[in-house]
Design a protein around this ligand. Structure first.
Ligand SMILES: C[S@@+](CC[C@H](N)C(=O)[O-])C[C@H]1O[C@@H](n2cnc3c(N)ncnc32)[C@H](O)[C@@H]1O
Length: 278
């Protein structure tokens, strides 16, 4: 029996593209002003830089405005970035010009469910940051294409929102049951972005690994913002600086270790593609 969720409709993808295109103009400024989000991005970079080899050609899924694509291109990697939101890609294109990255950073308007049509493959590294992959109900729509576009021995690092976010669950103590349990709902959660509604879905690391299949072996798994507040609590570090610093210390110490490495606002999973090793 096929138990895969129904594939998203083109209307779903249109909504996602519209929502993020509307968000694009304010996206970078929001991140720049966000102390904990900036810290989370640095942790993602530290994680990837442990594994990426200097000559790697990176494919970035759901690249958004290209913050990470530009960062990795600046580090000397060759990067091809894809996204479905034209408004986000306009900002990525502007970064290429402003930072003189034409020889190292290219882009394509493409859904990650269609990466069999990606230009310039195969790649050594497939990167996805900050929950773009939470916008589809069925990760096999992406994982089924990987053997065609990832070289044997290549890696992926995916940053995905899990169902268990201790900060949100703690909101039960304040009686905020809807927010506290939103990630745990079967069938996904309705997101509201810039007046557009679309479904989002939360995945455990085990589920992601199941979707990747036995040819992928975990190399590192860590929680991202397990004890520090999630991305929507932008003011917390400024309002409670001392508490925030304490939480950062706890977060840094515990988030790489089980069970905390499966929890958080996100988790960072790196796996290596070794066909037939599993
Ligand atoms: C929260 S933003 C993250 C952007 C970027 N990775 C970052 O770290 O700033 C999510 C991005 O996922 C993109 N996205 C969602 N569904 C997608 C799909 N099916 N294919 C490609 N991109 C998608 C959105 O357009 C948006 O730019």
């Amino acid at each position: 029996m096929n138990t895969s969720p129904a594939p998203p409709t083109s209307d779903h993808f249109d909504r996602v593209a519209t929502a993020f295109s509307r968000k694009a103009d304010e996206y970078d400024a929001f991140g720049d002003a966000h102390i904990n989000l900036a810290r989370m991005r640095r942790k993602v970079y530290d994680h990837v830089l442990r594994f990426a080899q200097p000559t790697d050609r990176i494919l970035e899924l759901n690249a958004g405005t290209g913050i990470d694509a530009a960062f990795f291109a600046q580090q000397g990697y060759t990067v091809h970035a894809i996204d479905i939101a034209p408004g986000m890609l306009d900002h990525l294109a502007a970064k290429i010009e402003q930072q003189h990255l034409r020889d190292r950073l290219t882009y394509q308007a493409l859904s990650f469910t269609e990466i069999d049509r990606v230009e310039g493959g195969p790649f050594h590294y497939i990167f996805s940051n900050f929950g773009g992959l939470n916008c589809i109900p069925d990760l096999s729509l992406v994982t089924r294409h990987l053997p065609k576009i990832l070289v044997p021995g290549g890696r992926l690092t995916w940053v995905i929102m899990p169902p268990v976010c201790p900060w949100e669950i703690a909101l039960l103590l304040k009686g905020k049951v809807r927010i506290a349990t939103r990630r745990l709902r079967k069938g996904g959660t309705l997101a509201h972005v810039e007046g557009v509604r679309f479904m989002t879905y939360y995945f455990t690391p085990s589920h992601v690994l199941k979707m990747l299949g036995p040819d992928f072996q975990v190399q590192r798994l860590e929680g991202l913002s397990v004890f520090t507040p999630p991305a929507d609590r932008i003011n917390f570090p400024r309002r409670f600086p001392q508490l925030y610093r304490t939480l950062v210390r706890i977060d840094d110490a515990l988030s790489p270790h089980a069970p905390f490495n499966r929890w958080g606002d996100f988790f960072i999973l790196t796996a290596q593609y070794t066909p037939h090793a599993g």
